[in-house]
Every structure is written in C-alpha cells, then in structure tokens.
Design a protein around this ligand. Sequence first.
Ligand SMILES: NC(=O)c1ccc[n+]([C@@H]2O[C@H](COP(=O)([O-])OP(=O)(O)OC[C@H]3O[C@@H](n4cnc5c(N)ncnc54)[C@H](OP(=O)(O)O)[C@@H]3O)[C@@H](O)[C@H]2O)c1
Length: 241
Amino acid sequence: MRGTILIYGASGGIGSATARRLHQNGYRLHLAGRDPERTQALAKELGASCSVGDVLDDTSIARITAEAGDVLEGLVYAVGSITLKALSRISRADFLRDYELNAVSAALAVQAALPALKRSASSSVVLFSSIAAGQGFGMHASIGMAKAAVSGLTLSLAAELAPSIRVNAIAPSLTQTPLSKNLWQNDAMAHSIAGLHPIPRLGSSEDMAGLAAFLLSSDAAWITGQIMAVDGGRSSLRVKG
Ligand SMILES: NC(=O)c1ccc[n+]([C@@H]2O[C@H](COP(=O)([O-])OP(=O)(O)OC[C@H]3O[C@@H](n4cnc5c(N)ncnc54)[C@H](OP(=O)(O)O)[C@@H]3O)[C@@H](O)[C@H]2O)c1
C-alpha cells in the first residue's frame, strides 16, 4: 500500500474521480467533503477514512488535517466555484467568496498539511486553476481573478517548498461535473461549447483524474511549478482560420 493522499472536494466530480483513480493505484486515502452522505459513501466504497467540513472555516481545515494522519504523501484541493456574472452584477461579497474558496482556502489547506507532507521523503500537491486564468472570457471577472490567484499560488509554493514538496496545478476547460451543469445540461449548448475545442468534446472528470494521479506519482518526480492545461487544445491551438 502506498502513502496517504488527502483529497479536499472528494465528493465532487473531479475529486471523486481522482479518489477512485488513486485507490486503483494503491494509495491510502483520506477524503474531505462538505456533504456527509456522499463523502461517507465514497469513503466506504474505497475503504478510505474521511472528514466532513467547510473549507471556509479554519477550524475545519485544522481538524481535517489532524484526522488525515501524521504523514501525507500528497494533497489534492479539488474545491471550487464557477461564478459567471457580468461585472455590473458582481458584488464585493461574490469576489471575496470566489477568492477565499478557490485560492485562500487552498493555501491554508497546504499550510495546515505542511508538517505531514514534510514527513514523507517526497510529496506532491495538486491544485485546480482554470482555462479562465490564462485566457479572457466574458462574465468570468470573479472566477478568472480567483483562478489566476491559484496559478500564482502554485508557482510561489512550488518555489518555497522545493525540493521536498512538488506543487502543480491543473487548468481545465469546461468539464462535465455537477459544478458546471448549467453550462452543459442543454444539448445544443454542450455541442456548441464542445465545438470550440480542437479536440471537439467537453472534458470529463477522468481526464482530470488521470493527470492528477500522474502529478502525485513518482513518474512526475521532476515536475513542479507547472500549470497544466487539460482543455482539448483550446488554450493554445487555433485549427481553423
Ligand atoms: N467543472 C469545470 O468545468 C471546471 C473548470 C475549471 C476548473 N474547475 C475546478 O476543478 C475543481 C473541481 O471542480 P468540480 O468540477 O469537480 O466541481 P464539483 O463537482 O462541484 O466539486 C467541488 C467540490 O467542492 C466542494 N465544496 C464546495 N464548496 C465547499 C466548501 N465551502 N467547503 C468544502 N467543500 C466545498 C463541493 O461540495 P458539495 O458537493 O457539498 O457542494 C464538491 O465536493 C474546482 O477547483 C473547480 O473550480 C472545474
């Protein structure tokens, strides 16, 4: 059995797919989720330990970290939001909530886990940025800003924690999870957004889980400080015109 990976957002689309992939790969898991029923059901399925808590509450992060154990080989922060609003409709509270949930709580989750991550000979952290951190999209002012903060956080932590702890982020394009359901539940809209990708489909949780598992593994031992796009080529390619 490999070391323990702590997964925040484990009951979500990408978090649960990552948990299943890591379980297949022989890791011990500690799952952290906000919804008790879904978190406990997944923990039972995978033979994992679990904690329930809200990451906007610092005492929850401290408790979750303590319950995850003394030694961690990895941490995945798969908590986030997609707030799509015109600038004129975004309040200070909206901006601050996206920033806190996506960036500040990710930083505090890593901070709390540092002693346990340092007890592994080498350990790895995977955060989630977004295609919207590196490319401009209308209605994305709040989430684009928050995810750009995640990308900056990834670089800073990778520098500060090298060489013993590697820190990377995944930047997905639209991925079919409960979070983004409003954008893909209508077939016409899903088809139209899929067509914007050089590989013309939407992302799946498994696409993200595959890269997360690689970044946590020793196969990625010389990879740190990277923001990796998983986006069907959307952020870097123009195949028509
Ligand atoms: N899906 C996309 O298109 C897409 C695109 C770019 C980036 N991302 C990023 O990918 C990551 C994973 O997202 P996903 O698509 O898998 O979303 P998801 O299915 O909604 O999963 C997110 C998870 O975070 C949990 N969560 C939300 N707020 C929380 C809080 N305050 N405290 C504790 N847990 C909380 C949710 O719990 P509940 O189930 O209880 O709400 C859920 O388990 C996020 O960082 C997201 O921003 C996703």
